[in-house]
Design a protein around this ligand. Sequence first.
Ligand SMILES: [Zn+2]
Length: 335
Amino acid sequence: MQGVDLFCDPVRKPCRRSRLTLDSAFGRCEQSQEIRSQERRGMCCDRTPINSILDFQSTPNHRLLLGVIMTLIVGALSGCATNTNTASPVVLAATLATNPQPILNVAGYSVNGQSIPFTQIGQGRDTVLILASIHGDEAAGTPLVERLVDELTLQPSHLRGRKVIVVPRVNPDGMVANTRRNARGIDLNRNFPAGNFQANASYGSDPLSEPESRAVLDLINRYQPSRIISLHQPLACIDYDGPGEDLAHTMAAHGPLPVRKLGTRPGSLGAYAGVTMGIPTITLELPRAASGLSPDSLWSKYGPMLLAAIEFAGDSPPIAHILEITEKDVGSFSG
Ligand SMILES: [Zn+2]
């Protein structure tokens, strides 16, 4: 169990390790009877590498939210000598207590050992998987989807009966280096086990040769999403693979980007999830200029498209049908 820790939804299911995290921040609650009682009742809920907590705290928006949640917890725990006047109006406490709280977890690790965190928010059978920055130099999607998590936390009406999985940094090594590919020079969006996979030095010797693409596939297998949105740049359009046409047009009706078929790339997420697995899969290409926008500006421009995708009420997709597909546009830059 070395290197693995317990981390729970801190509002609903505090546990021993999350208590230690709180203790380190606030220096209180060491002897809380309530926590010991919860430990005995086995209320811990998940197993997550401890550094995911650090990642969570390092994200500005999440750090703010976590700070509010943690302060509320400290105020709520009986026997804690805490000053509740500093943090928590009653209305905000009630809102956070009833709203679904984001749960942070780790999908895997990059070639260079960086964690690939993801956030789950909401519950329900209808699951939406949202990915950003699978290409490290197309990073505008990352602050946009982080802003989405904040929005879903504060406005849970978008979530009724739905679960949303958000992965803000699929290719963290590429983001650090500002490169499209991962640290081994592989294009992760050509590394999936689609029928049109092509083995080469840029796409990988085999499908799923890279830890980052395996992490994405693990999430698909674990959560079985009914639709997938993957954010890219810079083509300023909404592309789709598999049975995603209705979803693409619904998104286009809620934002400034048109629907445009770019062609199914070899070994791409769209080729595998969309065509091979039959999951409506959207490649949301933001414009290049999106990189210069603030999170709030990104949200006001493109957030409604993401909410429309989450609230989309299309029919369930057909289950895993295998099609042979042909690469139409191998030399194209993006997607
Ligand atoms: Zn891309």
